[in-house]
Design a protein. Structure first.
Length: 461
């Protein structure tokens, strides 16, 4: 089996290595010559557990190579798997330019009897349109070659595990194409497969799953705001909420980043509009998650002081812990909100160099600096942040910590004399507290729940 994998990124390269590990002859294609050269040296250009070993082994065996010439590679391939990025235009439409270009290059080398499998998450109906582009080869889709859609369903740092354990969903332009895809992925991934029939059904599987996740997180964030107001630690009661087998509420946080949740619900929203559908729940979910950064910074100004002409330090640029990738990272939303309020923004991330942080529009700052900003906001829960010495941070100028990821215990922070504001956690004693939109002081010794109860009793009386 000769396979071409289009896209040598964090999802495509592990897929190519797994195919080679399972006995296929693989060419992985990418537009970046530097990545191609790195792979051909047997070196891994991505940080993903287990991939480096599989890559080096396959290159030595001669079963995996890289190329920038997709058309030439396609001429020798039985199966072409496409997994290139599709993000958003400024109008939040799916930016299909890359995948259209790739499809045109494949069409120029497409051979009779081959199969093209799209794994990039796409708006429903897109794969059928890409099949028309492939027909510019002079071959007929469904007759001379097969087209299938099989969405990637993996996560950074767990890709190889998910490739073999998560069910591989497939849908085909024809029933025969779908059946062929089942056999292909069963043999060369070793994963369980689910044939959902059509291309559109398989496209919807991925999109619906991402909308569910985004809306679920938005619900958690909305309940977190309520929990903050009524004085309940949502994180402490979340296991109880999910204990009856009926609820599966995810964790709240300061925002949602990455290639998926901030992007794919917009595919549904925009396509829904074309069908005359508003998709209000999907829209509100996106709005809540995008507004979490502003909510948290509003809370700082509400219970501490205005941030104009003050400085703040964001911890983390990556969109997930231990991941050096920052696509749609919440840190960008936090930074924008801080600057809107006139604050000077610094950022620290142990996975990035100072130059890389500069390139993303932030001023880098070491956590060992003699003087630190008064406000520290956790965006990414890197393990290196878990053991911070809060007494030491207080001595060097930290006055407020916003725990955006429930990484720390509130008592540990407050014992150091630092104001702790955690997403979904009560506002501490002695700070402003909002009931029914009115900001009220909390007297020392009072509790948020007693204040909330007074407000409810007043409303009832």
């Amino acid at each position: 089996m000769n396979i071409v994998v289009v896209g040598a990124g964090k999802m495509g390269l592990p897929l190519a290595c797994q195919f080679a590990h399972r006995g296929a002859d693989v060419t992985v294609c990418d537009v970046k010559q530097s990545i191609v050269d790195t792979i051909n040296r047997g070196e891994c250009p991505i940080d993903e557990p287990g991939v480096g070993e599989l890559l080096a082994e396959a290159v030595v065996r001669g079963t995996l190579r890289a190329s920038t010439d997709l058309t030439s590679a396609t001429r020798k391939a039985s199966v072409i798997v496409v997994i290139v990025p599709v993000l958003l235009t400024p109008c939040k439409e799916a930016d299909l330019s890359a995948i259209v270009s790739v499809s045109q290059q494949i069409a120029a080398g497409l051979q009779p009897g081959s199969m093209v499998s799209y794994e990039t998450t796409l708006p429903v109906g897109t794969t059928r349109g890409l099949a028309k582009i492939l027909e510019s080869s002079g071959l007929r889709a469904g007759l001379d070659f097969d087209v299938v859609f099989s969405p990637e369903r993996v996560k950074s740092q767990l890709v190889l595990k998910h490739l073999t354990e998560n069910s591989k969903v497939v849908g085909g332009l024809t029933s025969g194409a779908a059946e062929r895809a089942v056999g292909f992925y069963t043999q060369y991934l070793g994963a369980p497969t689910i044939d959902v029939g059509t291309l559109e059904a398989a496209e919807l599987v991925k999109l619906a799953g991402m909308v569910y996740r985004d809306v679920n997180i938005a619900l958690a964030n909305e309940i977190a705001r309520y929990a903050e107001a009524v004085g309940v630690d949502l994180h402490a009661v979340l296991p109880a909420i999910n204990s009856d087998g009926e609820a599966t509420m995810l964790c709240p946080g300061i925002g949602v980043g990455g290639h998926c949740a901030p992007v794919y619900p917009n595919f549904v929203i925009r396509d829904g509009e074309r069908w005359g559908l508003e998709m209000p729940l999907t829209k509100v979910g996106r709005q809540i998650n995008e507004s979490q950064a502003a909510w948290c910074i509003d809370r700082v100004e509400r219970v501490w002081m205005r941030l104009r002409d003050r400085s703040a330090l964001i911890l983390g640029l990556g969109f997930r812990p231990q991941v050096k990738a920052h696509t749609f990272s919440t840190s960008f939303l936090i930074g924008a909100e801080l600057r809107k309020r006139g604050a000077h923004v610094f950022l620290n991330d142990p996975l990035y160099t100072d130059l890389e942080i500069f390139a993303q529009g932030f001023d880098p700052l070491l956590l060992t600096a003699a003087n630190l900003p008064p406000v520290v906001i956790l965006s990414t829960a890197h393990s290196t942040y878990a053991g911070l010495d809060f007494h030491d941070l207080a001595r060097r100028g930290v006055r407020v910590i916003v725990d955006g990821r429930a990484l720390w215990q509130a008592q540990d922070v407050s014992d150091a004399g630092i104001l702790y504001l955690g997403v979904g956690r009560p506002t501490p004693h002695g700070t402003a507290f909002s009931i029914h939109g009115q900001s009220l002081p909390i007297e020392d010794g009072a509790t948020e729940t007693s204040e909330a109860a007074d407000g409810v009793i007043a409303a009832l009386s």
